[in-house]
Design a protein around this ligand. Structure first.
Ligand SMILES: [Zn+2]
Length: 83
């Protein structure tokens, strides 16, 4: 589902999580390496938010998207990630 961010106007897509929550994500797909101790987080194409690394060597685990609240220049207007 394509849309634009109401606060910064960037193109976003809404991804439905397995728990039927809608997550605003950046449009572009990025490769990630799944890593439970990684410092990055990515939204998979199944709508799961997982810990990962976005800078890595080797084959990616898959392709996902950044949650838009992590990249929006007006992120304060979005729900913040838990610390
Ligand atoms: Zn935005």
């Amino acid at each position: 589902m394509a849309a634009t961010c109401k606060s910064c106007g960037a193109p976003i897509v809404w991804i439905e999580s397995p728990k039927h929550k809608w997550i605003p994500c950046d449009e572009g797909l990025i490769p990630y390496l799944e890593d439970r101790s990684g410092k990055d987080a990515v939204v998979t194409q199944r709508g799961e938010i997982i810990r990962c690394r976005l800078a890595f060597d080797g084959e990616p685990t898959g392709m996902g998207r950044m949650a838009h609240w992590a990249t929006c220049p007006n992120a304060d207007q979005h729900r913040r990630k838990k610390a």
